[in-house]
Ligand binder design. Structure first.
Ligand code: HEC
Ligand code: HEC
Ligand code: HEC
Ligand code: HEC
Ligand code: HEC
Length: 208
């Protein structure tokens, strides 16, 4: 994106911010959804019963997980892969060279296993289609900051922040949703609590 364009949008946003310092409607919706707790989808039950260790019937203080969040092009379940199968987050999400972003695996990566595992599953067949034509899976993004905010995974992980702290109980989610608010207030609150900088320029590049 063009830099001048970015700077202009930041200036406009500064103006908006002074007029209304409240959080965005999107955040409000996310929070409302978090506390809603409605229907239980059959997909979840199917996914849970397809693995040896089901979590159904396990004593738990919380209710069964309702499916929230966007429908993904392939119904990938963190609960099955990171939960039941205990695959490490870093196995699939590797740090980019700059340390800012984490990768989301390509279809061919998943096919290392799914060439032979669960090949009769409809989701896996869809996955195989993407891999065959080497198309990028158009995952619907859950956490995405506007381009005028700097954020580095590496720095936060080095300072002891955990995935769960910012993304919730991912390993228990059949489908991901935005359960953690990544608004400016959340960033600034934690920065205050951990004596990290709250200067505007820490998170917003006003020059260059
Ligand atoms: C710790 C990081 C951090 C600091 C420090 C910070 N911001 Fe932000 N700021 C953010 C994030 C993240 C967003 C994007 C929020 C979103 O997408 O809802 C944002 C968004 C904004 C926006 C867009 C409007 C809005 O509220 O979403 C303005 C304007 C802004 N910041 C101004 C400032 C000013 C002025 C300061 C210094 C007083 C500052 N920021 C300090 C993280 C930070
Ligand atoms: C301090 C909070 C924080 C921590 C800790 C954190 N994340 Fe994130 N994560 C974010 C934010 C904010 C974004 C959005 C970044 C953006 O759009 O630039 C994000 C985005 C992502 C993405 C999308 C790709 C990307 O980099 O934008 C993945 C995948 C991800 N996080 C996984 C993880 C995993 C796995 C861990 C633990 C190893 C982790 N995160 C730890 C805040 C955090
Ligand atoms: C290390 C091996 C491995 C990798 C890598 C892997 N999976 Fe799986 N996957 C499995 C196993 C094992 C099952 C459970 C099969 C069963 O229960 O019959 C599974 C199940 C599935 C299912 C069926 C529904 C479900 O969740 O039970 C889908 C869809 C799926 N995986 C998609 C993916 C995608 C997309 C990727 C890449 C992001 C991926 N898998 C990477 C081993 C793997
Ligand atoms: C088998 C590979 C695999 C493993 C293991 C895995 N993930 Fe993921 N992750 C994915 C895929 C594929 C997506 C995109 C689809 C989705 O959002 O569910 C994703 C998406 C995400 C996102 C949302 C990114 C965005 O902004 O759209 C976060 C956050 C995340 N993973 C965190 C984690 C954490 C934390 C762990 C460990 C507890 C983990 N992942 C383990 C494959 C994996
Ligand atoms: C879990 C607490 C926590 C949350 C949430 C958090 N931060 Fe941080 N952040 C830290 C700590 C701790 C540091 C390290 C401060 C230091 O270097 O002493 C840091 C450092 C940074 C830095 C400086 C990076 C550098 O290169 O030194 C930036 C930029 C930043 N955070 C942006 C953000 C943004 C944007 C968000 C919200 C999307 C966010 N942070 C949310 C704790 C947090």
């Amino acid at each position: 994106m063009m830099k001048s364009c970015r700077l202009l949008s930041l200036l406009v946003l500064f103006a908006l911010w002074t007029l209304s310092p409240s959080s965005t409607p999107a955040d409000a919706v996310a929070f409302a959804q978090t506390s809603a707790g409605t229907s239980i989808s059959s997909t979840q039950n199917r996914a849970a019963s397809s693995s040896n260790t089901t979590e159904q019937g396990t004593p738990s203080s919380s209710q069964a997980e309702p499916l929230r969040g966007p429908v993904q092009p392939v119904p990938f379940s963190h609960k099955d892969h990171a939960g039941t199968l205990k695959m490490a987050c870093e196995y699939c999400h590797t740090l980019s060279r700059s340390g800012e972003t984490l990768s989301i695996p390509r279809a061919s990566f998943c096919m290392q296993c799914h060439q032979t595992i669960a090949t009769d599953n409809a989701g896996v067949q869809k996955l195989a289609e993407y891999a065959k034509t080497d198309r990028t899976i158009p995952w619907v993004r859950i956490y995405e900051l506007p381009s005028f905010v700097s954020f580095s995974h590496k720095v936060h992980l080095q300072h002891g922040a955990t995935c769960e702290e910012c993304h919730g109980a991912v390993a228990q989610r059949t489908r991901l949703y935005k359960e953690f608010d990544i608004s400016m207030a959340t960033c600034v609150n934690c920065h205050r609590a951990r004596q990290a900088s709250t200067e505007c320029s820490t998170c917003h590049m006003l020059e260059q």
